[in-house]
Design a protein. Structure first.
Length: 201
């Protein structure tokens, strides 16, 4: 066993290939100076990170001018999925510390400039927010936009720009038949609080 381990160490010193499973108990550091380090040169196939501790499962620190993470999905399947069955209070996606962003966007979703295949249908959208759980009378919002600083007077809460002939906004409020008699629902409610007279319209 001692001779076998020594021969492996000598081969690794000059490079080599491992055929089979490898289990590492402890830290693993990969470094290189000849042409950089590409992760695709090391792992091909499936990869899974299992972390039972209260630590970050995977952290990418990108100090260069390139993207920190890029996903290239060439099949008709989900490119990035989140499964959070036990999460009751934490944010699933948290984008924070946006303190130097000026002309960019925190999130940008766009179709190709020459695409004519977008056909999500009347009940879907390029961005879809769908809630089909029975949340009862719990007060909640499917989309919440707040400008929470009184000095941000140039900030608009929501802007919709329509350059074609269809509707700019469509609201479809369907009250269940069992609730019509006792319903006092409002389709669109605008609450405008002007604390100083003649300060706005």
């Amino acid at each position: 066993m001692k001779t076998f381990a020594t021969s492996i160490a000598e081969d690794f010193g000059n490079g080599g290939v491992i055929d089979g499973d490898v289990t590492i108990s402890g830290d693993l550091t990969v470094s290189g100076t000849s042409g950089g380090y590409a992760f695709t040169e090391v792992v091909t196939g499936d990869m899974k990170i299992t972390n039972a501790g209260a630590t970050t499962g995977l952290e990418i620190e990108q100090d260069g001018a390139g993207s920190a993470l890029r996903i290239n999905q060439d099949t008709n399947n989900i490119a990035l999925g989140f499964d959070q069955p036990q999460n009751s209070s934490a944010d699933i996606i948290d984008i924070h510390d946006i303190i130097t962003l000026t002309t960019g966007s925190a999130m940008r979703i766009r179709t190709h400039g020459t695409s004519t295949a977008l056909a999500s249908g009347a009940t879907k959208g390029l961005v879809s927010i769908e809630h089909n759980g029975n949340s009862g009378s719990n007060v909640n919002n499917l989309l919440y936009i707040v400008n929470d600083h009184a000095s941000s007077t140039g900030t608009v809460g929501l802007t919709i720009k329509q350059d074609s002939t269809n509707k700019i906004l469509f609201a479809d409020h369907n009250i269940p038949a069992t609730s019509v008699a006792a319903s006092n629902a409002t389709a669109i409610h605008i609450d405008f609080d002007r604390t100083v007279p003649n300060s706005g319209t």
